[in-house]
Design a protein around this ligand. Sequence first.
Ligand SMILES: [Zn+2]
Ligand SMILES: [Zn+2]
Length: 287
Amino acid sequence: MTLSITLLGTGSPIPSPDRAGPATLISAGQGESAEHYMVDAGRGVLMRLAAAGLGASDLTALLITHLHSDHITDLNDVITTRWIMTFVKTPLTVVGPIGTQSVVNHLLASLEPDIRYRTAHHQDLDHRPAVTVIEVNEGVVELPNGQGGVVSIACGQTDHKPVEPSLAYRFDFDRASVVVAGDTLPCSGLDELCTGADALVHTVIRKDIIANLPMQRMQDTLNYHSSPEEAAQTAAKANLSTLVLTHYVPPIPMGGTEDEWRALAAKHFGGTIELGDDLLKVYVTSL
Ligand SMILES: [Zn+2]
Ligand SMILES: [Zn+2]
């Protein structure tokens, strides 16, 4: 019985030749009964999912932390690919903050010509993309009947103002648990979700580097993200065993070596610190 984290995309809004946009896969169990949850759907995410040996049709659900473009760039790709690569109607469940339904409605509207072409051309494609959106705020996340069930999911509010609401998700499976935070400052909502968990996946930016860049637009990012040091403090406060850093700004190696990022976090957290390239896989075990 395993609970694992795969960093599908470790990038950010800044295009990188070898880092896909923000997305993290949480997998639980093995074989036919395995469940796969994708958190966020950044640039190129289905390419990375394919490299992990999975496709859009394998996702139990997609969970969105917030509606910043870099975290949902490829939501339309997940919707379309799920639709055309499954041969019986297989609704995609999208869990997200308030506002997610509206974004999905607009994406489906933008896909209208494609939907028309494909349904006209393929006799067996007799339905439109089926997307079930569940907007959540905090607490237990319930998936539609028949979906999931092996993993317990909860969510909590994070602090990424003025992006409101923004969420983190917690996945519990077989006595192990992992929290996946999107972009956030340290906050009580994330602290509560991390209480009693084993691992935390946290997006981070190098504030020490960005603070010295003579660019107001980069400076603006400082007050709604966490640094590796702050993510480490959150992990230490909750007494977690593992911290996984992702969403590197500036991208590694331009923004310093992996060892430098790890050392910044290690000043505040004595547990295991993981970071690296896309497709890095980390197994979560309970203490
Ligand atoms: Zn964001
Ligand atoms: Zn982001």
